[in-house]
Design a protein around this ligand. Sequence first.
Ligand SMILES: Cc1cc2nc3c(=O)[nH]c(=O)nc-3n(C[C@H](O)[C@H](O)[C@H](O)COP(=O)(O)OP(=O)(O)OC[C@H]3O[C@@H](n4cnc5c(N)ncnc54)[C@H](O)[C@@H]3O)c2cc1C
Length: 344
Amino acid sequence: MSDITWEENVDVQPYNTFNVPSTARWLVRVQNISNLYELVNSTRFHNTRHLILGGGSNILFSNAQFDGIILKNEIQGIKIQSEDDKHVTLRVGGGVEWASLVDYCVQNDLGGIENLSLIPGTVGAAPIQNIGAYGAELSDVLVAVEAFDLDSGQVRTIPKDECELKYRGSIFKETLKSVMICAVIIKVVKARFYSVNTDYGLIQDVLLELGVSTPTIRSLSGAICLLRRRRLPDPKSIGNAGSFFKNVVCDESIRHSIECVDTNTPFYHKPDGTSVIPAAWLIEKCGWKGRQFDNVGVSSRHALVLVNLGRAEGCEIAWLAELIMRDVQARLGLLLTPEVNIIR
Ligand SMILES: Cc1cc2nc3c(=O)[nH]c(=O)nc-3n(C[C@H](O)[C@H](O)[C@H](O)COP(=O)(O)OP(=O)(O)OC[C@H]3O[C@@H](n4cnc5c(N)ncnc54)[C@H](O)[C@@H]3O)c2cc1C
């Protein structure tokens, strides 16, 4: 007897935070590894393109139809894999909401991911772009991922060192696209051995505002949630996928040429000699922040966030992104790269 259900012509509007309409030819909910074995042994799977979907918070369906199979990751479970005096190692199902994992850690006084509070999406997608915010990244706590290779039908454990995690990227975004991450293993630290990371400027301002002089894992998480709610539009009220573009990493020659255009360009220098220019600054400089066109626009709160003003189709958001990229390149000579995965 079959354990998987092939849902046909599924409306995926509720499954993407841009809230754009699109229909998937097929959708299969993956709740365990057995579902994946059954899936890869089906003829339909081999004859049809597929897309792995978590919470749909970093994806843009740019067409009215996705003529393929969506594998929706719904693998649950947070389990303690091992524990010593200082650390707890957790094995977390790929379909668990990232925010629930953060809550679990905060409630249990485990430090390491509180700076990543309130990032939408699933745990299985977190390694794909090595999620990061407020001075922390998944790579700070990741031990390994358990992945199902959809080509070979094998389960593999991939240690962190082989995940090639970097700023908004990993091996899963570049060369190893055939795997579905089914579980993620992270190592977090017990509160009494942990020092919270409040280095990121804005955090200190909010802690001060909240009257917190000795931040704990819990109060820091609360401060980050407050900061995020203020800075980013909530996808439940206005469709968006967070930052649409990546910050621009540049070498010295590029840095020099942009400084010739504007001596006030902000740079963050990295230990490897490269510099990062905030993409939000470039977009704002070109006058895009807050602009609106029919159904789409650039958030007035944050220039990196493209928004669905209500009835947008995916192609309209893709069009706006393209327009911004061309304009920034023409005016400032820098090519923006989308952080959001555009599905064509
Ligand atoms: C309001 C808002 C704020 C955000 N803030 C941040 C932030 O601060 N930092 C940050 O890094 N990101 C941020 N994001 C982006 C997004 O939340 C993250 O990238 C998140 O990890 C995406 O998870 P998801 O489950 O929604 O992935 P999806 O959007 O469903 O998928 C994203 C990509 O990963 C692939 N994928 C998904 N799951 C798996 C899996 N199990 N195995 C293999 N491939 C998979 C998909 O095919 C797709 O290519 C934000 C988004 C929003 C809407």
